[in-house]
Design a protein around this ligand. Structure first.
Ligand code: B1M
Length: 210
């Protein structure tokens, strides 16, 4: 729709003020938060990724786009994370060691909260020890890891191994995701599930509760 195209165009320009305004306006006009997220914000970030890969834009521009993405997410977050239902389960989520990408993880967290999960966000660059400490502190039966770099993806497997070494692997369901991650990769490193997007992440978490 034209409204989504203008939001996407502003995000691609890295114009956080405009994304901020347009997202708010779109919500006021009754456009669904999920539609704004998928067709506006995520779609635009996909284009940013292509431009970055093809060297049309560089890290500073991508950072501006990430800031614009966050400005838009700030408006949809309260809607998507307000489930109004009793907590259904606890999840800990983090981006793996060496990796600073957090937009996808944050979307997953929003959607999980919206589905009634209590989520403890460990942020980015999360070490094995931090994952294990959080697991023990919150007694969370579900752990989610996100990775966006082919170089940091193997750290998911390392964290899973750390849980095995601590004799904790049986106590936690581990799900993984992020653009370079595949089902095959998830299976190979011994994860319990792989989510292609934030909706699949929520579906997995629900499945783990059964
Ligand atoms: Co970076 N970056 N980046 N970057 N960046 C990528 C990932 C890249 C693919 C771009 C490219 O070349 N096309 C490339 C990786 C190449 C590779 O590994 N083969 C890349 C690179 C190279 C780098 C740097 C090395 C660049 C440099 O410094 N030279 C550097 C690394 C920094 C580091 O982490 N140590 C870097 C830095 C950055 C910024 C800081 C500038 C910025 C991040 C800002 C931030 O996150 N706060 C950034 C961005 C924004 C991107 C792109 C453009 C967009 C990522 C994104 O937010 N996508 C990205 C290109 C791309 O992916 N198209 C790119 C939108 C988001 C909604 O999608 O995160 O995939 P995604 O999450 C999805 C699903 O994957 C899934 O659900 C989400 C919603 O649908 N999902 C899960 C995610 N986690 C999940 C967990 C689950 C389940 C589902 O269960 C637990």
């Amino acid at each position: 729709t034209p409204a989504m195209q203008t939001i996407a165009a502003a995000l691609i320009d890295g114009d956080h003020h405009t994304v901020d305004e347009l997202t708010q306006t779109a919500l006021e006009e009754g456009i669904e938060a999920l539609e704004i997220m998928d067709d506006g914000l995520i779609a635009a970030m996909g284009i940013v990724g292509i431009k970055f890969r093809e060297n049309f834009i560089f890290v500073p521009e991508v950072l501006a786009c990430a800031r614009a993405m966050k400005a838009g997410m700030a408006h949809v977050e309260p809607i998507l994370s307000d489930s109004g239902i009793e907590p259904v389960g606890t999840v800990i989520m983090g981006t793996v060691k060496g990796d600073l990408h957090d937009i996808g993880k944050n979307l997953c967290i929003m959607m999980l909260r919206g589905a009634g999960f209590v989520v403890h966000d460990l942020g980015v660059d999360t070490s094995d020890d931090e994952f294990i400490e959080a697991f023990e502190e919150y007694e969370a039966p579900i752990l989610g890891m996100s990775a966006l770099l082919t170089t940091t993806m193997p750290n998911m497997g390392k964290t899973i191994d750390a849980f095995i070494d601590e004799d904790l692997r049986e106590e936690v369901k581990i799900m993984v995701g992020g653009a370079p991650v595949t089902q095959t990769f998830a299976d190979d490193m011994g994860a319990d599930g792989y989510g292609k997007d934030a909706l699949e992440c929520v579906a997995l978490a629900k499945q783990f509760l059964e």
